[in-house]
Design a protein around this ligand. Structure first.
Ligand code: FAD
Length: 718
């Protein structure tokens, strides 16, 4: 810090000295002309010494961002002619510019990036990707003040070496013109006459050349991808969407809203996973389990505790009824009303623009579209466990139908997997009376969250009767004495046998990548369909959104991506938008809930991002105490010394609802001070957000000011 301050002071002194000593007069056109004769005499006597002096002065002028570089160029041109003059000026200006760039970077970059880091992210990304193009264009067009370019580039992540050579190359044409004009220095009356409008226009053209070249390259690349495919002369639709889950429904909705002709194709159930097998049924089950649990623990609320009689068929019937109640939101009728053509059938891409549909009611239909969105979702991953197929297993896709007619929940249930879905299901079934064993290979459940979250979730699962086995590998399934068995290797390395009636695989979900034409078209896939930032596959007119595209597997992210996919698919030839993943929230609906947005503490450490933690224990919150839900915490990570939020983890009742305030804050750049300054009604759970902001406030209170306040009040009392 001290060195930075010292350097800044020296620069300021040098600049002030330049003006106070009126050295600037020599760097005007008139000044240069008055020096010209002396310089020419010197040139004849000691050319090398003169060249060295002009070189050093030029470097200093450029490095200190002083005015006069253009006049210096003319003077050098007048003294040495085009050849040597160009050599001197080209190197002196590039070295000087690089010194100015480095000084700005050293003195200012850290503080600017720390202060505006997140808001600068787009600029940083743009510079990292296209920085050389931007710099080259700016250098070519000599109307942009060079000293500003040097300083602004110093604040970006562009590499010094790149800055140097691109600057030298970009400035070359302008330098040639100015050095050459130096030969007529005595006749020049103004600098503006040096560049004629035609010359300036040529520079502008040269400046935009890199962008035209880039656009052409993209065009050639796209052409190459499409080579060998016959593009239809015209299209049946503007947009075809494959899959009617969250991603597909929202894509189709947006397409229809902007009056495009859209066809949405769904092979199975409208609403996809979330409505039929995922969010909706699981949350409905969790609610019944919670009510059941509250009744069993009625004494907590001053009631007689009792275990309510349970007919599991009714629980499952309620879930079905809830799905049916929500179904109209995603129905064919609603989407048809919105202007979307919905086709029930299995879609297959036959070329980059054509989809063949095996209709559910028989026959096939072919449709072409300018753009296609793949929204085919994901399916439960099945571990390669010997004997698993033989003993049989359920997944989130199958359990709702498979258990619909059981009077009781499974007696002995194994849940494979300690991720969010595994934890939610394990707790819900345990609360409804199943004997649940949860098997997780990793050292802890909910591995994406901080350690303390895993510990707390394990504690609540255990309290509800789940046997949580971590560091435990499922080895194989067997059938012995009419009993289904899972053989595991436990944390100590020993084999153990777990007898079960039902096993649910919840070890993750894999994107649907095969069977509908991706392979034949050569669309890149790894774990998901590979897309660029605009959600385009290798074919810019085929885009992907939702679980099939990753990287997140949430309904709200699928819907969020769908907007980008639809807009880029329909209007991408004019303007494209990059999918923005900067503020993605998620909630795991275990009880108490776990909610998160932004960085966890472990992630901040892993990525070397400095942070401070503010923490508030929900056990202290009046409303949580009234509700006998006084457990959990809010942990907010902020930029050191600032109230800017980097990430929030909440564990507690209604954590998912509390999170919304932070999502808004992060999205719109509001810090903890704004949350602290907002009225939160009493007694609400949301007050916890204000209290954690208060914790931040306390730890950043200006202690030094308190001394004076004490003195002030003492004086007022006297
Ligand atoms: C148990 C469980 C609980 C969950 N809980 C939550 C939660 O609480 N919150 C949350 O945000 N997320 C949750 N999720 C995740 C959420 O369900 C998914 O992220 C979301 O459904 C993804 O939507 P999607 O449109 O990408 O895919 P999907 O919903 O899977 O939709 C894809 C659709 O495409 C259709 N399809 C596939 N191929 C073709 C083809 N060739 N032709 C025609 N149709 C085709 C499929 O039939 C399917 O209907 C949960 C998931 C599960 C399993």
């Amino acid at each position: 810090m001290k060195t930075k301050l010292l350097l800044l002071t020296l620069v300021v002194i040098a600049i002030a000295g330049f003006f106070l000593a009126e050295i600037d007069q020599y760097f005007s056109l008139a000044g240069a002309r008055s020096l010209q004769n002396d310089v020419l005499i010197w040139r004849a006597d000691q050319p090398l010494a003169l060249a060295a002096l002009l070189f050093v002065v030029y470097v200093a002028i450029a490095a200190l961002s002083l005015p006069g570089a253009a006049v210096m160029t003319l003077l050098v041109g007048a003294s040495f002619g085009l050849g040597w003059g160009l050599l001197i000026v080209s190197f002196a200006s590039s070295i000087g510019a690089t010194l100015a760039f480095l000084m700005t970077r050293y003195i200012l970059r850290d503080s600017v990036q720390a202060r505006f880091g997140e808001r600068l992210q787009t600029v940083n990304d743009g510079v990292e990707r296209d920085g050389m193009f931007y710099l080259f264009s700016l250098r070519l067009v000599p109307v942009f003040p060079f000293f500003l370019i040097n300083m602004l580039m110093g604040l970006t992540p562009i590499k010094t070496r790149q800055f140097y050579w691109v600057s030298q190359l970009g400035m070359l044409p302008g330098t040639v013109v100015f050095v050459n004009a130096g030969s007529q220095l005595s006749e020049l009356t103004s600098l503006s006459g040096i560049l004629s409008p035609t010359l300036l226009a040529s520079f502008v053209l040269l400046g935009i050349f890199p962008f035209i070249a880039k656009w052409l390259l993209a065009l050639i690349k796209a052409r190459r991808v499409y080579a060998g495919w016959q593009r239809p002369a015209k299209f049946d639709r503007n947009l075809i969407v494959i899959g009617a889950g969250a991603a597909g429904l929202v894509s189709a909705y947006i397409g229809a809203a902007v009056k495009a002709k859209v066809t949405l194709i769904e092979a199975h159930k409208m609403g996809g996973d979330c409505l039929n097998y995922g969010c909706v049924p699981s949350k409905a089950l969790i609610k019944t389990a919670k009510v059941h649990n509250q009744q069993r623990h009625g004494d907590v609320y001053g009631l007689e505790p009792h275990a309510p009689a349970l007919d599991f068929r009714k629980v499952m019937a309620r879930i079905k009824a809830i799905i049916a109640q929500i179904e109209p939101h995603d129905s064919i009728a609603r989407y048809t009303d919105l202007g979307v053509e919905v086709i029930a059938g299995y879609a297959k891409l036959v070329d980059p623009w054509t989809v063949e549909i095996a209709l559910n009611n028989g026959g096939t239909q072919r449709l072409s579209a300018r753009s296609v969105i793949i929204a085919a979702g994901a399916q439960p991953a099945i571990p390669p466990l010997p004997g698993l197929d033989e003993v049989g297993y359920l997944t989130s896709d199958t359990l709702w139908d498979a258990l619909a007619n059981q009077v009781e929940p499974p007696k002995r249930l194994v849940v494979l997997g300690g991720g969010p879905i595994g934890c939610e299901l394990a707790q819900a079934f345990a609360r409804l009376g199943s004997g649940v064993t949860q098997v997780e290979m990793l050292p802890r459940v909910m591995i994406r969250e901080d350690d303390e979250v895993s510990v707390a979730v394990t504690a609540s699962l255990t309290a509800d009767g789940v046997a949580v086995l971590t560091n435990t590998k499922a080895l194989r399934c067997e059938q012995a004495d009419g009993q289904k068995q899972l053989i595991i290797r436990n944390a100590l390395g020993d084999e153990e046998t777990i007898v079960f009636d039902t096993l649910i695989c919840a070890v993750g979900r894999s994107a649907r990548l095969t069977g509908y034409g991706l392979e034949a078209l050569g669309i890149d896939t790894e774990r998901t369909v590979k897309t660029n930032d605009y959600l385009e596959t290798i074919f810019p007119n085929i885009l992907a959104a939702g679980d099939v595209a990753g990287p997140y597997q949430f309904t709200h992210v699928a819907a969020h991506q769908a907007w980008y996919a639809a807009v880029n698919g329909l209007f991408g030839s004019f303007k494209k938008f990059k999918a923005d993943y900067s503020v993605i929230p998620w909630v795991t609906y275990v009880d108490p809930e776990v909610a998160r947005v932004g960085l966890s503490e472990a992630e901040a450490k892993e990525q070397g991002i400095p942070y401070e933690v503010s923490r508030y224990g929900i056990d202290d919150l009046d409303r949580a105490i009234c509700d006998s839900q006084a457990e959990g915490f809010i942990k907010v990570l902020t930029v050191p010394g600032k109230d800017r939020i980097l990430g929030v983890t909440i564990m507690g009742a209604q954590a998912g609802e509390l999170l919304a305030e932070y999502v808004l804050a992060m999205k719109h750049g509001l810090g903890l001070k704004k949350i602290l300054g907002t009225i939160h009604s009493y007694p609400s759970m949301a007050e916890a957000n204000k209290y954690v902001a208060g914790e931040w406030g306390k730890s950043h209170a200006p202690e030094w000011a308190y001394k004076y306040l004490v003195a002030f009040h003492r004086w007022r009392r006297s």
